[in-house]
Every structure is written in C-alpha cells, then in structure tokens.
Design a protein around this ligand. Structure first.
Ligand code: GRG
Length: 320
C-alpha cells in the first residue's frame, strides 16, 4: 500500500524526483543558512570571539556533500513539513557532523592534514582552536534545534534535541569512535581481532547513528510516529551501514584528489573494517544487498521517495 502519496500534489512528487539535481540545491541552501546562523548573534549579549567564529565557519562552510541534511529535507518533504524547518534541522545536524570531522582529524585521533581538499582545521588554525571550534559547532547545533524557526511545536524541538543527542553521544557516534580507537589497540591491549557483529556495532554507532537520525528527522518534524517512521529508520540503518562500507572501499580504491583527504589510512592504522574481515568482494556484495533492502524499506512511500532511492544508489556508488 502506498501510505504517503495519496493526496500528494504532482509538483511535490516532482520536487523529490532527481537526486542529482536535489543534492546540490540542498547543499547551497544549507551553506547559506549556516552562514547566516553563524553570523547572527541571536542572544544579542555575547559575541563569539572572531578567531573561534572563523574556525567554525572554515570547518562548516563549503565543500561538504551535505548528504545528511539532504536526508532530513527529503524525508521531511514526504510529510509536507515546511522546508525552512527541515533546513534548520539539517543545518544543526551538519554542525554535529562537521564537529566530528574536526575532532576526528586531530593529532590525538586520526591525525589528518587534509579534509574536503583543504588543510584540516588544526593545520589551518591550531590544535586548541580546532578543539574549541568542534565544541562550538556541537553545542551550536542544539541552540539551532531549540529555536522556533526549527519547529513551532516545543515537543517536536525537544524530540529533535533528545534524538540528536542520543545519536551523537556516548551511545552513538562518540561511543563508536571510542570503540574504533580501542580496536586499533590505542588503550594498551594491542590490535585485536573482532567479529563481524562487533564491527557492525562499532560502525553503526560511529557512522550509522547520525545517518539514522537524518532519515528519522522528517517524521520527527512532522510529529509522526507510526509505520512510516519505522520504515524510514530502517532505511537510515541500511544506508548508514552502506555508507561506512563504501567509505572503507574508497579508502582502498578511491582517489585522494576527488575525496579531498588521504587514502589507504585504515590498514595502516589497523582499523577494524568489514573489508579487513571479509574481503573486498564480500563487502561489495553486502553493499548491493543493503541497497536493495533500502529500496524495499521505502516501498510504503511509492513515487514520493524516488530521490531517497537514488540516494541509496549514490551511497553505494559514490567516488567522493
Ligand atoms: C571525533 C566524536 C568523533 C567522532 C568521529 C566522523 C567520525 C566520527 C569519523 C570519521 C571517520 C570516517 C571517515 C568515517 C566514515 C563516515 C564518514 C563520517 C565520512 C565522512 O562523511 P561525508 O562523506 O563527508 O559525508 P562530507 O565531507 O561530504 O561531509
């Protein structure tokens, strides 16, 4: 049964049709919105120190694919949520994602020199400024979610804040990063062999949690909690796993120039990846299975979810 498209206007279906056209549109809207939000001083009392603001802008504006905000905007469109609300939630999520990249690149973590084709934040500024810019972006995200411009319904705002906090925090991305570093043998036990279940759990937390939140955000914004929100969360889980496998494959056969970052780092660092465990062919097969399951998860939405189906293809085939 198509549980969404009945009553949907044809122009709405058209609006969500082409991923290739929609992703750069959302990216441009998110860039403009983030730029405005970072430049405002909405509380009017304290100004952000200029060096900190410069580093936050450097970390968050330009270059990123804005894939997570895209998912927020497109899932929100399924429920006719006003686009500005979805963009605000997407901008908040992108702030969390950008913070995680800044901190992931730090010498204490992955120690990277290049991100999105430019020097990493600690290289362009300094380490202390990079840590604070990450902290600033993380906390700013929750400021953005708390505003009526994100939703006029306070219950929706609280649910967005709680869900993003869970996804980003110790039970989500931060916890996944901890498991990732532990798997490299950082904390004294040396590199360890992990089974598939452990690697999937680790990656589901580190990379998957924010993507699951992104795919769930439209339903949260619409205050919908039924089989449609369950379907979208499943879609998010499937493409989240696919996103990480594709990322691991790109580390092996991707082009540094296209990716805007160094490659071949996972094996050097002894990272726990499914490719390391199962091999490239098995990983590619799993990627194909995840993509077809993601398509199936979207069945209830019919044609209105065309761009989300294309997004699943993009995740599996991306070169950057
Ligand atoms: C430091 C708390 C903390 C967490 C770090 C982001 C992260 C968790 C680790 C980065 C390692 C990594 C490359 C994970 C794979 C998934 C991922 C986050 C890829 C980068 O996301 P894209 O491709 O990047 O969406 P852009 O630049 O397009 O935004």
């Amino acid at each position: 049964m198509n549980i969404v498209t009945s009553g949907v206007q044809p122009d709405q279906a058209a609006r969500t049709r082409s991923f290739a056209a929609r992703l750069p549109e959302v990216a441009a809207e998110i860039d403009a919105l983030l730029s405005r939000l970072l430049d405002e001083n909405p509380r009017g009392e304290t100004a952000t120190p200029p060096r900190l603001l410069d580093a936050m802008r450097y970390a968050s504006l330009g270059q990123g694919k804005r894939f997570r905000p895209f998912l927020v905007v497109e899932t929100a469109a399924l429920f006719d949520v006003p686009r500005q609300n979805a963009l605000m939630a997407g901008a908040a999520l992108e702030c969390v994602h950008c913070y995680s990249l800044v901190h992931d690149d730090l010498p204490a973590m992955d120690d990277d020199e290049l991100r999105r084709g430019r020097p990493t934040v600690h290289r362009r500024f300094d380490e202390a400024t990079a840590i604070l810019a990450g902290d600033g972006l993380l906390t700013f995200a929750f400021d953005v979610l708390s505003r009526p411009e994100t939703s006029t319904d306070p219950a929706v705002r609280v649910k967005l804040i709680a869900s993003l906090a869970l996804a980003a925090g110790p039970q989500g991305m931060v916890g996944g990063q901890m498991l990732d570093l532990a798997a490299e043998g950082r904390f004294g036990q040396g590199e360890q062999a992990f089974d598939e279940a452990h690697i999937r759990r680790l990656q589901g937390m580190k990379t998957g949690a924010l993507i699951r939140f992104a795919a769930s955000a439209g339903a949260i914004l619409a205050a919908v909690d039924d089989e449609r929100s369950v379907a979208l969360r499943r879609y998010g889980a499937l493409i989240g796993e696919a996103f990480q496998i594709a990322d691991d494959l790109l580390d092996i056969d991707g082009e540094a120039a296209l990716l805007g970052k160094a490659v071949h780092k996972d094996a050097e660092a002894g990272k726990a990846t499914l490719i390391g465990l199962l091999g490239v062919e098995a990983a590619r097969k799993r990627l194909a299975l995840l993509t077809s399951e993601a398509h199936a998860a979207l069945e209830p939405f019919g044609a209105a979810a065309a761009s989300l189906r294309e997004a699943a293809e993009f995740v599996a085939n991306r070169r950057r």
